[in-house]
Design a protein around this ligand. Structure first.
Ligand code: OGA
Ligand code: MN
Length: 343
């Protein structure tokens, strides 16, 4: 341990040590220290909680969510600001979001990692061209960006590099934000990450946003992941949290700027997107809290049909999808170029 330099030395990089431990295949890491509600030895590190003043949000059924009174929320005494909402989605809701991430969000004008190699207007359709599944092309997609596009080199958002943010994902984020008491949250940028069974995401902090006070919402679908969350320095030993399909991890307050990573994808022990799949009643008048509620309902119900669902099923049986949603601007700011005083 060096106490002269502010830099983390190799010896005290406890974040990296944990990352390597969970990433390894030989020996396989023990999951006994991983935090999930059923881990009886860790009940003091993952604790049920209930946000104050929870109001039922009438938008939940249109967005594939269970009613908020059914949601189970946890906090982590050792990781203040980290919140976990355990799968608040209905099975048809999971199917809806998985399908969106595969069929819709990778379409232009959104940006994809494969853009530098080939420009496809519709990646999913291209994967099934000529009636065959192009597995090679399917495996190439690692991320899609929405709204203000994350610039992976400069890490700087610009007004020029921005396209409309999807309405449905914005509504979903708004429902979750309001549930946690963040009434002014605006979804302005998202990264959709696509993981294969051997993919990892190395330790980093997300600090490109102008607004670092707004929470970050992370939605997981498909196969499970070990998620590490440490401190503001890499010398802090991270906690390992199991993220399963449907889980929402929220990085708020102190956790917003902490190091985090995904060292391992794990085979899911159950498939909540396939459990008791049933359609929802769409015989309701157009609903005033959400634009085009009938469109939302029919898009949800389209996923009941297992035949139509089959290609998406095959994908998530071998992959994890993560939608990572951020607010970029300050509440009183309209454009990045605005001069503002943050009072
Ligand atoms: C990210 C991120 C975590 C995850 O996209 O910045 O940290 O769970 N993703 O995939
Ligand atoms: Mn991140």
């Amino acid at each position: 341990m060096s106490y002269q330099s502010a830099e983390t030395t190799v010896e005290d990089d406890f974040f990296m040590k944990k990352f390597k431990y969970y990433k390894a295949n030989k020996p396989k890491p023990s999951l006994s220290a991983v935090l999930f509600p059923e881990n009886v030895d860790k009940q003091d590190e993952i604790v049920p909680t209930m946000p104050n003043k929870v109001h039922e949000d009438p938008r939940t059924r249109f967005l594939g969510l269970k009613t908020t009174k059914e949601w189970q929320t946890f906090y982590f005494p050792k990781r203040p600001g980290l919140i976990l909402i355990k799968n608040p989605f209905t099975s048809i809701g999971q199917r809806y979001w998985i399908r969106k991430c595969l069929e819709i969000y990778p379409r232009k004008p959104n940006k994809l990692n494969i853009d530098i190699e080939l420009t496809l207007s519709d990646w999913w359709q291209e994967c099934f061209k000529n009636g065959e599944c192009n597995k090679q092309l399917m495996k190439k997609l690692r991320w899609t960006t929405l709204g203000y596009h994350h610039n992976w080199d400069t890490k700087v958002y610009t007004e020029e590099n921005k396209t409309p943010f999807p309405e449905d994902l914005s509504e979903l984020s708004d429902v979750v934000a309001k549930y946690l008491g963040y009434s002014s949250f605006r979804a302005e940028a998202a990264i959709v990450n696509y993981y294969h069974m051997n993919s990892t995401l190395s330790g980093h902090t997300d600090h490109s946003e102008v607004n670092l006070g707004a929470p970050l919402f992370s939605f997981s679908f498909g196969q499970s992941a070990i998620f590490l969350l440490g401190g503001k320095e890499k010398s802090v030993e991270p906690s390992a949290i199991l993220l399963s399909s449907g889980d929402i991890a929220v990085m708020s307050q102190e956790a917003r700027l902490c190091y985090h990573a995904v060292p391992k994808i794990l085979t899911a022990s159950n498939f909540p997107w396939n459990e008791n799949v049933s359609s929802i009643d769409n015989d309701v008048p157009n609903f005033k809290y959400i634009a085009d509620s009938q469109v939302f309902l029919s898009a949800l119900n389209e996923n009941v049909d297992d035949i139509k669902w089959r290609d998406f099923e095959n994908y998530v049986q071998q992959s994890r999808i993560n939608m990572n949603v951020r607010q970029v601007l300050n509440d009183n700011q309209k454009y990045l170029t605005d001069c503002f005083i943050n009072l």
